[in-house]
Design a protein around this ligand. Sequence first.
Ligand SMILES: Nc1ncnc2c1ncn2[C@@H]1O[C@H](COP(=O)(O)OP(=O)(O)OP(=O)(O)O)[C@@H](O)[C@H]1O
Ligand SMILES: [Mg+2]
Length: 290
Amino acid sequence: MDSTSPFITEPLLDKSALSLDAVEVVYPDGTIGLRATSLRFAPGDFVVLLGPSGAGKSTLLRSLNGLVRTTSGTIDVAGIGDIRPRRALRRHRQRCAMVFQQHQLIGRLTTLQNVLTGRLSYHSTLRSLWPLPLADKRIALDCLDRVGLLDCALRRVDELSGGQQQRVGIARALAQQPQIMLADEPVASLDPATSIRVLGLIHSICKADGITAIVSLHQVDLARRFADRVVGIGAGSVVFDGPPDRLDDAALSAIYGAGAAPAAGERTDPAGVAGEAARESDHHPLQAVA
Ligand SMILES: Nc1ncnc2c1ncn2[C@@H]1O[C@H](COP(=O)(O)OP(=O)(O)OP(=O)(O)O)[C@@H](O)[C@H]1O
Ligand SMILES: [Mg+2]
């Protein structure tokens, strides 16, 4: 990161919920996913990642919960420390929820059963083969209530609309009782009005529960509306870091390249959704509890 850049004003933090120190990701085929990146995230902050398609937003998010292996550098989580050791990663994943663009729900199961999968990491593999305890069902029902879907608890999840399914995905994440929520383009498949409602829901829940949220988006207007802090990624590096009111034309050019900055309300990756969905299908959330 170029700390002399006028677009980078890293906040001074007393303590962080999560921090990266010189984290680099090189994929097995040699592609650089993320160049040496150092960032600290304040507890309870709602941080939005912006950047053009292929910039490294998903790579960064996935490295934060171990879905992508880092090549060098360290990721530290409050109360856990370095997440590389297996036990530390398990503990981190228990309290670090992930919301995906394509929900990653199990279509033939009910809404409630899907939300209950958010509780699996609290049980041994063997225990989770039996019905989960009543206490877990209460937590799951409470989470469904918070996203306004209690009425749909016993419906098959594949009967729900896209917006409802994403709310189930949020309820499942909440059922983990997370301290950190990572969301990779959580509203990319939704229409603009539903996008505002669903992102607003994520935002209000994270604020109410003090959850640190890191959310990648392609909509600059939504970043302006909800973010406490925006981190702009370009070609694997942080090129902007600051409050959303500093996202002027010059900053957008730094993130998206001169002349490529999106107009208000415009998505920045019209072609990117399908590719992202294809890659997401490699990562079922149940992998995270294995
Ligand atoms: N599994 C993989 N193997 C090899 N290269 C990968 C893999 N996943 C991502 N990449 C590459 O790493 C770089 C960063 O990709 P990443 O998916 O993190 O970008 P992104 O900012 O999330 O893009 P989008 O907005 O399209 O989702 C790109 O060059 C991409 O092609
Ligand atoms: Mg992505």
